[in-house]
Design a protein around this ligand. Structure first.
Ligand code: NAI
Length: 506
């Protein structure tokens, strides 16, 4: 149940106006204030126009429109917020500015008023440290656009009164938003959980494994993401995304899990920020991507039989069916014949490792992704010794049923396996560090980041053991702590439990 009677929103920019729109629509009176009074007038006009459009489309009744408009007003000076029992700041992302504002507000507002910050990257405890009453300060982190992104993080500073957290969560629920309660840790919950998708894609790009467009296509088609990581970088702006990556990496004291990509600074210096500068990982004209003409694969005669290294009989049959469309024979022997093209199907390993371990002929052997995605897009992974004619035959044979084939360079865990494993592992680490309950984590990530599944549910869907195996192989190959498995994951694999199994707090 909502316990706040009058909200003051300070900062009438993109976020402040969205927050005012949300609560006014929910029937809670809101006063907007900005140090530039014209910003408040613009915000009120924009909100009015939005609400009237919603009413014209029949999404909002006439009474609801009148109610929402009556709930939204302007404050021309800070003292006009004296009667508010909740103050939400959405001013510039600067520690001194936010601390200065909260100090000034403490002089104005009632002793029981709550001070909330919409900061996305500053420590709530650090902002609160400037206040005489840090126990009434909390984070209330919304996402843009606020009315549509139905989630808010309620961030508990070290000294925040638990009642303040509860009241903010109840207010969010009253306005139809999911409240994800989380402690004051770097990136809070959502921005932390998002550190596996884009950064691992940059790592894959940096290693010359595939192009941005290939990585985007593969992740969308095989794992069901609505946008690829490079499309997302271009949409958000690489400068913004990189600042988040650097900030979280620094706040975790350079933990290699969060290492940003060295590919980025030269791109920033060159203005390749994304849609807003007309070029990022893609080029844009009039707001649309300039499509590069796809390279048609060379047409070759398939003269060699295929041999498959795969114990899964269902997958064997599916691959045999595709090959049969191309009129290709799949050998059934334990060992390949002297002319066979050998397909290996690694989980977490790269093609070179499997081929060497199984002593397969390197000129005739390549890897096929079978663990994540096979129906929508097929991924073939070559290795440095592969013969070009063998690759051309494999592309043609494995695309014979019309499914597009993507050829990438050698990588432990192809592309989708390693990005998936990274997302799941980071989710496990977030659960382990008690940054969120499993259910809160999964829901928050789906709502805020638009992932098809939350990190833990993703892991359970593909198998915790398999995720752990992929990470183990990544860790083996790179010898980097970036890929170390979270204890949360390891223990649930050892005990045969779902990754969503919660754990009591200490
Ligand atoms: P914005 O630049 O659109 O708006 C900020 C507004 O605050 C401006 O109108 C400015 O005049 C006003 N302002 C600056 N200093 C002030 C002060 N001392 N007193 C009163 N008003 C002041 O910024 P935006 O995007 O709305 O962000 C606001 C806050 O929300 C930042 O802390 C940002 O990190 C955070 N945030 C932003 C998100 C986004 O996607 N834009 C998402 C989540 C959080």
């Amino acid at each position: 149940m909502n316990t706040f009677k009058q909200i003051g929103v300070i900062g009438s920019g993109a976020m402040g106006r969205g927050i005012a729109h949300l609560f006014a629509t929910a029937g809670v009176p809101v006063l907007l204030y900005d140090s530039r009074s014209e910003a408040t007038q613009e915000a009120l006009q924009a909100n009015r126009a939005l609400l009237e459009r919603a009413a014209a489309k029949g999404k909002l009744s006439r009474e609801a429109l009148a109610g929402a408009l009556a709930c939204m007003g302007a404050a021309t000076h800070l003292e006009a917020l004296a009667d508010c029992d909740l103050l939400i700041e959405a001013i510039v992302e600067n520690l001194e500015a936010k601390q200065g504002l909260f100090r000034a507000l403490e002089q104005v507002v009632r002793a029981d008023a709550v001070l909330a910050t919409n900061t996305s990257s500053l420590s709530v405890s650090l902002i609160a440290s400037a206040c005489r009453h840090p126990e009434r300060v909390a984070g209330f982190h919304f996402f843009n656009p606020v009315p549509l992104m139905k989630i808010v993080e309620v961030v508990r500073g070290e000294l925040t009164d638990p009642q303040v957290v509860q009241r903010l969560a109840a207010l969010a629920g009253h306005a139809g938003h999911f409240a994800a309660t989380t402690p004051d840790s770097p990136g809070f919950l959502v921005n932390h959980a998002g550190r596996a998708f884009g950064p691992e894609a940059l790592r894959i790009l940096g290693e010359g494994i595939a192009t941005p467009a290939q990585i985007d296509r593969i992740l969308k088609d095989s794992l069901g993401f609505r946008m690829g990581p490079f499309e997302l970088f271009d949409l958000v702006g690489l400068d913004i995304s990189h600042a988040v990556m650097e900030s979280i990496h620094a706040q975790f004291y350079q933990d290699p899990r969060y290492t940003p990509s060295a590919l980025v600074p030269p791109r920033l210096a060159s203005g390749l920020l994304g849609r807003k500068t007309g070029q990022g990982f893609y080029r844009y004209q009039d707001g649309s991507v300039v499509e590069e003409a796809p390279q048609a694969p060379p047409q070759v005669a398939i003269t060699q039989p295929f041999w498959l290294d795969c114990d899964d009989s269902v997958m064997r049959e599916r691959i045999a069916a595709v090959l049969s469309v191309a009129g290709v024979v799949l050998e059934q022997g334990d060992q390949p014949s002297a002319s066979a093209i050998c397909l290996v199907t690694p989980l977490g390993e790269d093609a070179s490792s499997v081929i060497a371990r199984k002593r397969l002929p390197s000129r005739r052997s390549l890897a096929l992704e079978t663990f994540v995605g096979f129906d929508a897009r097929r991924v073939l992974m070559r290795q440095p010794a592969l013969d070009a004619l063998v690759l051309a035959q494999a592309c043609q044979a494995l695309g014979a049923d019309g499914v597009p084939v993507e050829v990438i360079n050698d990588s432990p865990g192809f592309i989708a396996q390693r990005v998936l494993a990274g997302i799941v592992n980071l989710g496990c680490e977030i659960a382990q560090r008690r940054i969120a309950e499993p259910a809160t984590l999964d829901r928050a990530v789906q709502l805020a980041l638009g992932y098809p599944h939350g990190p833990l549910a993703f892991g359970d869907r593909y198998g915790a053991l398999q995720i752990w195996q992929i990470l183990h192989q990544l860790h083996e190959l790179y010898q980097e702590p970036r890929y170390r498995a979270s204890p949360w994951l390891r223990r649930r694999v050892q005990l045969g439990l779902p990754l969503t199994t919660p754990e009591d707090p200490a």
